[in-house]
Design a binder for this molecule. Structure first.
Ligand SMILES: Cc1cc2nc3c(=O)[nH]c(=O)nc-3n(C[C@H](O)[C@H](O)[C@H](O)COP(=O)(O)O)c2cc1C
Length: 184
């Protein structure tokens, strides 16, 4: 199953910038002001979120795969991963970690709850500020995904393949979910 690819940007207590690709990420129902991310225990991202309580979910575009994979490398916590991947920091409005220039959208989040399991952690975050690149969004049609080119990936036996969504040509209104009569 193709999963979204986002870049999570964080900053350590000592001020080191970090960015890491993430696919186990989802909004939590409506009104979409909570997000859930799943993290293995050994992640600088997780340590930074625990230290500062803040993170930014950046939505990268197709074309950013190389930077995404550089950020996936196992750097020590003292390495500035923005610098390693050539990412430009973008000032956030409500949290300290910067966003990443060139992305489609930026959800600034605060740690709300941590659900600890033996081998992984589920982080519930509250979106405290959300911005999108207006070139790719309209109030009427939402995301112009053909031009925005949000990045997804599929994990296979031999590695990761990057993909992006295309239209099936079908869709429906939200109100059709409220109808109990069978579809014609
Ligand atoms: C496309 C992609 C998706 C990933 N998704 C996750 C994820 O959902 N959860 C996770 O813990 N690691 C995920 N990883 C692995 C981390 O990005 C990788 O281990 C990275 O080095 C972690 O960086 P950090 O230690 O700076 O946080 C993913 C990697 C890639 C390439």
């Amino acid at each position: 199953m193709p999963l979204p690819v986002v870049l999570i940007s964080t900053v350590s207590e000592g001020g080191i910038l970090n960015a890491a690709p993430w696919s186990c990420v989802t909004p939590v129902l409506r009104p979409l002001d909570e997000v859930l991310i799943a993290s293995w225990l050994k992640r600088d991202t997780l340590d930074n979120i625990r230290q500062t309580g803040e993170f930014v979910i950046n939505v990268p575009r197709a074309g950013m795969e190389e930077a995404v994979m550089i950020c996936a490398r196992n750097y020590p916590p003292e390495t500035d991963e923005f610098q390693e991947a050539g990412l430009l920091a973008r000032r956030s409005s409500a949290v300290k970690p910067p966003g990443i220039e060139g992305c489609l959208a930026w959800a600034e989040c605060r740690l709300e709850e941590e659900i600890a399991r033996e081998k992984y952690v589920l982080i519930v975050g509250r979106v405290v500020h959300l911005e999108v690149d207006d070139r790719f969004f309209s109030e009427v049609d939402g995301m112009d995904y053909e031009n925005a080119m949000p990045l997804c990936s599929i994990g296979g036996p031999n590695g990761i393949q990057f993909v992006r969504p295309v239209s099936t040509g079908k869709g429906d209104r939200y109100t059709s979910m409220l109808s109990s009569s069978p579809k014609q």
